[in-house]
Ligand binder design. Structure first.
Ligand SMILES: Cc1cc2nc3c(=O)[nH]c(=O)nc-3n(C[C@H](O)[C@H](O)[C@H](O)COP(=O)(O)O)c2cc1C
Length: 165
């Protein structure tokens, strides 16, 4: 039994992740794309190519992401903790003042990035206080650089990732 919910958070905080900005191009004319800082992103399947991330049902952008039929993942570089902070701030989910590129699905990714993964929604799974959004990868790119990592509620610089490793 878990007697204290803080224990759950403390255990989860010991798991090292990368940091991403997940965006979507919402349905409808003139509706602006939104972005959210996310570390629940993970790879799922190579064939077919599937990934997932989990969105908190209490998030201010939950309805937009839950209804969109796409999302794009920007995997952050080690020097982009500022972007993580920005897109984790309530009311700061727009891309105003940030250089972006538009992916095949219409969702934006940061121009400065370690990698991008563009997806069409494959499935949505209800999961407690979150919803799991499974995406089918339709486009991607990557470069050789160090990733931003997150553990113990702190940012760390990861090792340079290149074709050799
Ligand atoms: C490193 C980091 C990782 C996060 N990962 C997730 C995540 O996987 N899913 C999620 O819904 N929110 C995640 N969040 C929280 C959101 O980015 C955001 O801070 C939160 O939803 C509050 O903003 P809002 O009230 O506008 O939704 C994460 C925040 C940080 C700093």
């Amino acid at each position: 039994m878990i007697s204290d919910p803080a224990d759950l958070k403390n255990a989860f905080a010991r798991f090292v992740t990368g940091v991403t900005i997940v965006s979507c191009k919402p349905e409808g004319e003139g509706v602006k794309p939104l972005g959210l800082t996310v570390n629940s992103f993970t790879s799922v399947s190579l064939d077919p190519p599937l990934v997932l991330w989990c969105i908190d049902k209490t998030s201010s952008v939950y309805n937009t992401f839950a209804q969109a039929n796409n999302y794009a993942v920007t995997i952050l570089k080690s020097d982009q903790a500022d972007m993580s902070g920005r897109f984790a701030t309530p009311g700061q989910h727009g891309f105003e003042g940030v250089e972006v590129e538009t992916m095949v699905t219409g969702a934006p990714v940061l121009k400065d990035r370690l990698a991008s993964i563009d997806c069409e929604i494959e499935a949505r799974h209800d999961a407690g206080d979150h919803v799991i959004l499974v995406g089918r990868v339709v486009d991607l790119d990557y470069k050789d650089h160090a990733p931003l990592m997150y553990v113990g509620r702190n940012y760390l610089e990861g090792p340079v990732i290149s074709e050799e490793n």
